[in-house]
Structures are given as structure tokens and as C-alpha cells.
Design a protein around this ligand. Structure first.
Ligand code: COA
Length: 248
């Protein structure tokens, strides 16, 4: 295998976040605009802000959530070891192992929605995150109860390196850990990645087409902000998927 996995150091996160944006924009996965909006057309600031938040999260970990970033690099001397012109790695993933849910749905939704500007855009984002979070929680509780679970915070291969088994390597790393811990893995998949996940043992639990209804009684300004957010972010389809732990 010409690619190997390595841990990501906290100081590498800005480069990882920049690569993540490039990967999710090539081609654009619409859900990425919801999770990682670019405000005032300032792409560099959006990357710097996300990287700072991610570094903060890694330096001040939640005791109930283990987060691990891993990166795939081309093995020395192998084909492609010149790596991409832009980045020193070819793909990365953030694996998340949750022992206990430590924030309420409301707190989690509010924190994500704050990535969008106050007003109609934030209101819109908050309703989207509420639906996504409730859908995953409902499905997970039905299947896995309140037991610990694994998830993916991010997962990408640089466009130039796709279809060479890098996604498989990044996926296997976390699934092996999940099996060792005896826990199920839950993800919110983008439709194009569904066949990939199915080949890794995930089954589709629910398909959500985000269609939040604009509340009545908004001011003209807030209603216009809501409409602009709808225009720039939707349509989004999210697929809730689960892979049950394989115990040996
Ligand atoms: C989803 C994603 C991470 C897959 O990464 P990848 O490195 O291309 O994954 P792999 O190479 O392991 O597998 C991809 C396909 O290539 C095939 N493949 C694997 N190794 C191969 C090889 N050596 N030669 C040819 N094809 C190969 C696999 O069969 C697989 O097919 P499938 O998608 O029908 O299952 C990548 O497409 C990506 O970054 N997409 C944008 C971001 C994204 O959508 N992330 C997931 C959000 S839910």
C-alpha cells in the first residue's frame, strides 16, 4: 500500500482544515456550507476561524469525547510521494468516540448555529441543525440505546488522490477501534458517499431532505436574510447511517 496513516499534531490543524475545505468544495458537498459557512466572502478568515476552534477543542478536550485526527500520507519513494502541490498529506479524518453525551441538543444546535451571522441566516441554520441532530439522536437511541458510540467529525481524500483506497484506510482505522471498544458507529452521510459507507458495513437508517419552514412574523430584513440563506445553502440531503459493532 503506497499510503500510510499518521497522527495529526495540533499545529498541523490549520493545514488540515484548509485541505478539508478544498476537498468538500471539489465537488461541492452542499452540507459543508451549512457546517462551515464563508462569511463576507472571506475564505481565508473562515479557514483561520475553523482551525482556531478545532485547535481549541483539541487542547481543551471534553472528558466524555475522545477526538482523534489522523492523516494519510504517501509512503516515501512510492508513486505519488511528491504529494499534492498544496498539502503534505493526501487525506484525513477526525474520529470521535463518545462515552456520554455531555451537551443537550439545544446547546449543540446553538453552538453550531453561531457559525452563521445573527438574524435570518442563524435562525435558518439553527432549524437545520435541530432537525439533523434530532434525526440522528432518535435513530441512535432506537438502535444503540444510550451506549457509547463512534462517529466521524470529518473525512476526506484530496480530489487528486481519490479512488486509490485512502478513504478505506482512514475508515478502517476508526472501525477497528470501534470494534475493539464494542461500539456502533453513527454518521450523517452526504448522498454521493453512501455507496462507499455501505461497502464498509453501514446501513441507511433515514434520509432527510432539509426543508425548514420560515417562521411567520419575521421582520422584512430577517425574512430576506432567511431567504438568502435558503438560496445559498439548500438543497441538502443528509443520510443517517449506522454500522453495528462487530465483536470477535
Ligand atoms: C468519500 C471519500 C472520502 C472517499 O475517499 P477515497 O479515497 O476515494 O476512497 P477509496 O479510494 O477507499 O474508495 C473509493 C472508491 O474507489 C474504489 N477504490 C478503492 N481503491 C481503489 C484502487 N486502488 N483503484 C481503483 N479504485 C479503488 C473503491 O471501490 C470505492 O468505490 P465506492 O465509492 O463505490 O465504494 C472521497 O470521495 C471524498 O473525500 N469526498 C469528498 C468529501 C466527502 O464527501 N466526505 C464524506 C462526507 S459524508
Amino acid at each position: 500500500m503506497p499510503f500510510t496513516l499518521k497522527d495529526v499534531a495540533v499545529e498541523e490543524l490549520p493545514e488540515i482544515i484548509a485541505a478539508e475545505r478544498y476537498a468538500f468544495e471539489t465537488p461541492l458537498q452542499p452540507i459543508f456550507r451549512l457546517y462551515c459557512p464563508v462569511l463576507d466572502d472571506d475564505r481565508a478568515k473562515a479557514i483561520a476561524d475553523s482551525a482556531a476552534k478545532e485547535q481549541d477543542r483539541v487542547k481543551n478536550p471534553d472528558p466524555n469525547i475522545e477526538r482523534t485526527w489522523i492523516k494519510a500520507v504517501a509512503s516515501e519513494g512510492s508513486e505519488g510521494s511528491e504529494a499534492s502541490a498544496q498539502f503534505a498529506f493526501v487525506g484525513a479524518a477526525e474520529w470521535i468516540f463518545v462515552t456520554e453525551e455531555s451537551s443537550s441538543v439545544e446547546a449543540a444546535v446553538e453552538s453550531l448555529a453561531k457559525r452563521h451571522p445573527e438574524g435570518g441566516a442563524r435562525l435558518f441554520a439553527s432549524q437545520c441543525f435541530q432537525v439533523l441532530r434530532e434525526t440522528e439522536d432518535r435513530n441512535r437511541t432506537l438502535t444503540s440505546g444510550t451506549r457509547p458510540y463512534a462517529s466521524l467529525g470529518s473525512f476526506f481524500t484530496l480530489p487528486e488522490y481519490r479512488q486509490r483506497g485512502i478513504g478505506h484506510l482512514l475508515m478502517q482505522w476508526g472501525l477497528q477501534k470501534a470494534d475493539e471498544k464494542g461500539i456502533d458507529t453513527w454518521i450523517e452521510a452526504a448522498p454521493p458517499a453512501v455507496p462507499f459507507y455501505q461497502r464498509h458495513g453501514f446501513i441507511q437508517k433515514e434520509v432527510t431532505q432539509l426543508q425548514p419552514q420560515r417562521p411567520d412574523g419575521l421582520s422584512e430584513k430577517v425574512a430576506a436574510e432567511w431567504d438568502a440563506a435558503v438560496e445559498s445553502i439548500l438543497p441538502i440531503t443528509a443520510v443517517t447511517m449506522c454500522r453495528l459493532a462487530r465483536t470477535h
